[in-house]
Structures are given as structure tokens and as C-alpha cells.
Design a protein around this ligand. Structure first.
Ligand SMILES: [Zn+2]
Length: 141
């Protein structure tokens, strides 16, 4: 329960959208899930509680978003890194994960993750494996 599996990340969309899930996207998804699990290990070591999302029943509140899904996602950026399997949202109802990440940006840097600013991620924590345009470790969308 405290790790993320690839199917959690694909959210079943790898079947419905199989024809657009390229090898490159699959490679990105593996890296994203692996880095997310490394960060989860650190969160667990710090006794940050991890909870399954009531919607997905996994730790992932949003994983891969094919274009059609992204377009239907409220407030999603048109160029979201979720489109290319380079971003993940982890369920974070109390903001405890975001709080820890804000205080441990060195850990994000070591793993190679960038965090969307918690003020923009109310119920989740958004991590991505590529820097934003600003190159800042914690960024505003
Ligand atoms: Zn996100």
C-alpha cells in the first residue's frame, strides 16, 4: 500500500488509450513511478502518513493523462507533464506531504523531482521529473 505500482499510475488508461501509449511514454512512467517511490520511502521514514485516495483507492490521485483526459481535467495545464508520463499527483488531503517537501527541497533535488507549489495543489502533491520553465525546485504553474 505504501508503494506505487505502474497500473496505479496508468489508472487503467493504458488499455483504453493503448495506441497512444508509446515506448517513450512507458519509459517516462517507469522513471516517474520509481522516483515517486523513492520520495515515498523518505516520507515514511519521517512518519508522514500516506493515504489512499478515496477515488482511485491508490496513493495516486492523478497519473497518466491522455490528451482527452487532460482536456477534461479542471484547471489542468494544456501542456501538463501528466500528458507525457513525467508527472504524478499523490493524494495529500492534509497537506502534510507538501509541508514535508517544502522543508526538504534538498531531498527533491537529490531524487530529481520538482514540486508544484502547495498553494496550487489543494488535495494532492504534484511531483514531476523535469524542471519547469522557471527551473525552480518549487514552482507555480
Ligand atoms: Zn499534477
Amino acid at each position: 500500500m505504501h508503494t506505487i505500482m505502474l497500473p496505479d499510475y496508468y489508472m487503467g488508461r493504458d488499455k483504453k488509450y493503448a495506441e497512444i501509449l508509446t515506448d517513450e511514454l512507458r519509459k517516462n512512467a517507469l522513471i516517474t513511478v520509481s522516483k515517486a517511490n523513492t520520495l515515498l520511502t523518505k516520507l515514511m521514514a519521517a512518519n508522514i502518513p500516506l493515504e489512499a485516495s478515496p477515488t482511485t483507492r491508490t496513493l495516486v490521485s492523478s497519473g497518466w493523462r491522455p490528451p482527452e483526459v487532460n482536456a477534461a481535467t479542471p484547471n489542468a495545464a494544456p501542456n501538463s507533464k501528466h500528458l507525457t508520463c513525467r508527472a504524478i499527483d499523490v493524494h495529500d488531503p492534509e497537506g502534510l506531504i507538501d509541508d514535508w517537501c517544502m522543508e526538504h527541497q534538498d531531498a527533491l533535488e537529490t531524487i530529481g523531482l520538482w514540486l508544484e507549489h502547495p498553494s496550487a495543489t489543494k488535495n494532492w502533491s504534484h511531483w514531476q521529473i523535469v524542471p519547469p520553465r522557471s527551473r525552480k525546485r518549487v514552482f507555480y504553474p
